[in-house]
Design a protein around this ligand. Sequence first.
Ligand SMILES: O=P(O)(O)O[C@H]1O[C@H](CO)[C@@H](O)[C@H]1O
Ligand SMILES: [Mn+2]
Ligand SMILES: [Mn+2]
Length: 394
Amino acid sequence: MIDRRAFLIVMDSVGIGGAPDAGGYFNAGQPDTGANTLAHIAQARPLTMPHLDALGLGAAIRLASGDAAPGLGARPQGLWGAATQISRGKDTPSGHWEIAGVPVPWEWHYFPDTRPAFPPDLGARIAQEAGTGGILGDEHASGTEIIARLGAEHLRSGWPICYTSADSVLQIAAHEEAFGLDRLYRLCQAVAAMVHPMRVGRVIARPFLGAEGSFARTPNRRDYAIAPPAPTLLDVAQDAGRATHAVGKIGDIFSHRGIGRLHKGRSDADLAGHLLALADQAEQGSLTFANFVEFDSLYGHRRDVAGYAAALEWFDGVAGALMARLRPGDLAIFTADHGNDPTWPGTDHTRERVPVLGWGYGAREIGQVGFADIAASVAAHLRLPPVGPGRSFL
Ligand SMILES: O=P(O)(O)O[C@H]1O[C@H](CO)[C@@H](O)[C@H]1O
Ligand SMILES: [Mn+2]
Ligand SMILES: [Mn+2]
């Protein structure tokens, strides 16, 4: 087996602004023009991220958007650039699939921001599947807000709480004990079969626990995603006989295609432990693909600037520990799937460029690249057949 390994690490929602098509994407009715997750956090509170900044994080922000990012901007010593997305969707599957070499070839179906948000027959079919007299919610909502508002009614009626967002998604929240976790999973799987043909990207099970006034989501979220429409980097690696490791929700995002081993956890801290263990143990020729979701789920959607800043600084330490464990012949790429600017209106993702920071190829500016160039580069590094429409920047 060849003397090379690749680690592809997605910092979920860590955008760096500058997307040329941001005006076509919205948050609370406002265009995403000017959104810049990292720069706006750094402007609120200067960031200390010595390891990723040494690769070229600050330089990448300047390249992508020209925005100031206090605390960042060291002279780059790694491979660095900014990537622009072409898929028409600022969601997690669109970003990850394109990074893995498969831009989304279709328009996703989005539910309208009306009440009800779902077509009446769909609401009725969900209730029938659940064995309940109806559904609650049926609207655009933030997941933590809607369980606080409707959780008690859910416990009284037993009806599942169904909601959506600016993503192509149908989410079902239910109490883990009162409704039942397996029952929620079965319901989501059945609903996924109803809505995937409509090009709704995902059905997400959102279990929660607690009582009125203290409802809290549990780590047992599960995503039922449409399968990618063409072979991704993961499929190509696996077909070539390579070990593939999925850390975090990568398995769900790729509908479990091309995944050799799953490494899941209750938190990003758990995932960091998996990633560092893989730096020590992953096989020669292997691909490790990791997603760190808490930037997005705990801080971006919650518009929590201080929390997001602290998570970035924590993750920088993880990146440093990873790089200290890498070996000659390894490539590590740190990137992101979309933005989620916590200073922006609304609670949804923001259309942005993303950083591309690489360890293993010395100091090198790659400039402006496409998301799919990441897949082409990882494939070239691992000596795999070409993947997708991108070009290697190595
Ligand atoms: O508010 P919550 O439930 O966290 O929802 C967020 O998570 C979903 C998937 O990323 C999106 O729909 C987004 O709005
Ligand atoms: Mn995401
Ligand atoms: Mn999100």
